[in-house]
Write a protein that binds this ligand. Structure first.
Ligand SMILES: *Cc1c(COP(=O)(O)O)cnc(C)c1O
Length: 692
């Protein structure tokens, strides 16, 4: 595969397919040879629409319900806009009853090319339903529906001979003008879009050539037999499509958003362009060439459509995110998934206490906590400090909010007012807090060997004393493991667990209720067998990544939740021999195209990333960072990805066209943990949330 040149050819083919649709509607070869025109546009050109359907199936049918709903909504909106756009032509033509309007909107489209949208919407809904029965069953049903459609389309001449069948089609055609619709035509292509042919390249080419050859023979035979009612559907078309798309996908890399958008505009607008070209030709007295010569007419419409599409792409209002400079996308669905996976890995009776300190490790504490409260029934959260806890309360987070760190005892009133649970960091702290005179819920932190905070687990007297204090309500006892990420340090962890268990047992013997017990954090879940405590405090695992590259004993199928992206501000040539960036830390050994990305260390990326081989994803390719990272910008060598242009989106963490840079890779290059990397992501970044 390495020798093959890859490019965004799927998007290029979209534009070609849009041109084929124009050809179908203008019959460029009809006046020199009707047969040739039929063969080129009405047989071979019929790959265009299935191609669009297969891409939709590929990107949407396998995605989650949210993505699917968003697609349906967007398609319906585009269709509504298109209906409005063609309303003047409908009104000019006149003569549609109310019932005909309804039928047109729901099934046939209100203008001749707009059938595609109801077919897409209906086909998508049907496929979504069929897929519940499994992919194979769905495909069988869709293939059967396609055969029914085929008999009402290219093979209609055979159907009419059987009276019973003929009656069925009479009925079908009362409802729908053609069988090329969302029931008989679209589903099979949408589903084929989800298939991956596991074949050698040469086998794909052979398959494609054979299927296309047979398609042409089928087309010629049907033409000669004179049986076609319409010419959208062929027996060989799905086979031809399967190979064609597989070939294109295999050579595809990255995307070309301009081509993609332009293709959609060409499809939407070309019938208007046909009308306009004809009108203009008549006005200018050029009818003889621009209308009567089919080939010239085709090129005139093609040119007009592409020109109008280019204008539309240029001036259509940009989406909000396309206006941003640098942003993080938080996949709440991934966090919910991780919460379920983690909960399932815990012992029965042990519940997840999500750690949402440091703004949920950069993921947005309020959004994350509220989502987990609503969708996963979580009733206890941990944060690092009082302000974090207060923010959660003010935004409607109920249940236990435990502050894991120090809160000045003078803040006892606030702890009390917001019903926040405070950790007891040592015996003196407990006394000071108790002396404030307000009742405060606390979890007693025990020092079992980390020697950071907590009362020594061996100090029975202190523990007893704290439990007796008037104003402290001890609702829990916990400790923290300091070496659980290192399987080689098992004895340390085991000693901590034993010390903790002994202290808790001693409390019980002393008649003190320890309340909720907890000791595991993420690595305690990954590296220990399920523990029978009340809670497990998961931080980094909830966000779907490990802290570092060390292997864990019980890996879990977690999903990274954060994507970090920024825009390309500018692209320029730096001639060989020149330097770039502060201190000319980069020295161009060849003529180098440099893209400037608008994200820097003030946004939380470690400055050393640039010198340590950091990369960004652009158009599905890894591009090396060069020079020294600036506060707000960084430089990337894009010499090998010539299509990169200003306005492109660069991915620092996340996936771009199947290529991934994960937080772990970035953190490892800088010699830090992902905890540090993610929690440092700056407040200047915009946050975009994907619903859970
Ligand atoms: C931060 C923290 C956690 C969460 O740690 P992860 O390794 O991110 O899961 C748990 N407990 C305490 C006391 C912490 O400070």
């Amino acid at each position: 595969m390495t020798g093959e040149k890859k490019a965004p050819i799927l998007d290029w083919f979209r534009l070609l397919a849009a041109a084929m649709v124009i050809a179908i509607h203008t019959a460029p070869l009809a006046d020199c040879s009707p047969f040739a025109d039929y063969l080129v546009t009405r047989v071979l050109g019929r790959v265009a629409v299935p191609f669009f359907l297969m891409l939709s199936g590929r990107y949407v049918l396998q995605a989650d319900a949210r993505r699917w709903r968003a697609f349906m909504k967007k398609t319906a909106l585009v269709y509504a806009g298109a209906i409005a756009l063609y309303l003047p032509l409908n009104l000019y033509a006149g003569g549609m009853s109310f019932a005909q309007w309804i039928r047109a909107i729901l099934i046939d489209g209100t203008f001749y090319h707009l059938w595609y949208f109801p077919a897409l919407l209906c086909g998508m809904a049907l496929c979504r339903l069929l897929l519940r029965a499994g992919r194979r069953t769905a495909l069988c049903i869709a293939a059967f529906l396609y055969l029914i459609g085929l008999l009402g389309d290219s093979y209609f001449g055979f159907a009419v001979h059987v009276p019973a069948i003929s009656r069925v089609y009479t009925w079908i055609f009362q409802v729908s003008v053609y069988t090329r619709n969302g029931l008989f035509y679209a589903p099979v292509f949408l589903l084929l879009g989800t298939m991956r042919l596991q074949m050698r390249h040469s086998a794909l080419i052979a398959g494609f050539c054979a299927a296309t050859g047979l398609l042409v023979i089928e087309g010629i035979w049907l033409y000669c037999s004179n049986v076609q009612r319409h010419d959208s559907m062929y027996l060989m078309l799905p086979f031809c499509m399967l190979f064609l798309v597989a070939l294109l996908v295999r050579r595809n890399a990255g995307r070309d958003v301009w081509m993609r958008n332009a293709a959609q505009w060409v499809y939407l607008l070309h019938p208007w362009c046909i009308v306009l070209v004809r009108g203009a030709a008549k006005l200018a007295g050029l009818g003889a060439i621009l209308i009567e010569n089919n080939l010239v007419h085709f090129f005139a419409v093609l040119f007009a459509s592409f020109a109008v599409a280019a204008l539309a792409v240029r001036f259509w209002p940009m989406r909000r995110m396309q206006c941003s400079r640098a942003w993080k996308i938080v996949d709440l669905g991934a966090i919910l998934h991780n919460a379920h996976v983690l909960q399932a890995a815990l012992a029965p009776g042990c519940r997840l206490m999500p750690v949402v300190k440091a703004d949920a490790y950069g993921h947005g504490a309020v959004r994350v906590a509220r989502m987990l409260q609503r969708r996963a029934g979580v009733r206890a959260f941990a944060v690092a400090c009082l302000p974090e806890a207060e923010t959660l309360r003010r935004h409607g987070v109920r249940g236990t909010i435990l502050v894991l760190g120090y809160t000045p005892p003078q803040q006892a009133v606030r702890l009390h007012r917001f019903r926040i649970t405070q950790s007891i960091v040592d015996a003196a702290y407990a006394e000071a807090l108790d002396a404030q005179g307000v009742r405060v819920r606390v979890h007693l932190a025990l020092d079992t060997g980390m020697h950071r905070i907590g009362v020594s687990s061996k100090d029975e007297a202190a523990i007893r004393q704290i439990c007796m204090m008037r104003n402290l309500r001890v609702c829990g006892v916990y400790s923290h493991l300091c070496c659980s990420d290192d399987p080689a340090a098992r004895q340390v962890t085991q000693a901590q667990l034993t010390a903790f268990d002994q202290a808790v047992a001693q409390m019980r013997r002393d008649g003190l209720a320890p309340g909720a017990t907890h000791i595991q954090a993420s690595y305690g879940i990954w590296n220990l067998p399920p523990q029978t405590y009340a809670f497990a405090r998961a931080g980094i695992a909830l966000y779907g990544v490990q802290s570092d590259n060390k292997a864990v004993l019980h890996p879990l199928a977690l999903r990274p939740a954060l994507t970090l992206q920024a825009r390309v501000a500018s692209v320029r040539m730096v001639p060989a021999g020149d330097g770039a960036g502060y201190g000319h830390a980069f020295h161009a050994l060849r003529d180098t195209r440099i893209a400037t990305i608008v994200i820097g260390y003030a946004d939380g990326l470690p400055q050393c990333l640039c010198q340590n081989g950091g990369q960004v994803l652009l158009r599905g390719r890894r591009c090396p960072m060069v020079g020294r990272m600036c506060m707000d910008q960084l430089l990337v060598d894009v010499t090998d990805v010539p299509s990169v242009a200003a306005g492109d989106v660069a991915t620092m963490i996340g996936v771009c066209d199947g290529v991934r840079i994960d937080a772990l890779e970035v953190a490892a290059r800088c010699g830090i943990s992902t905890n540090e990397l993610l929690s440092r992501l700056g407040a200047r970044l915009e946050s975009v949330y994907r619903a859970g």
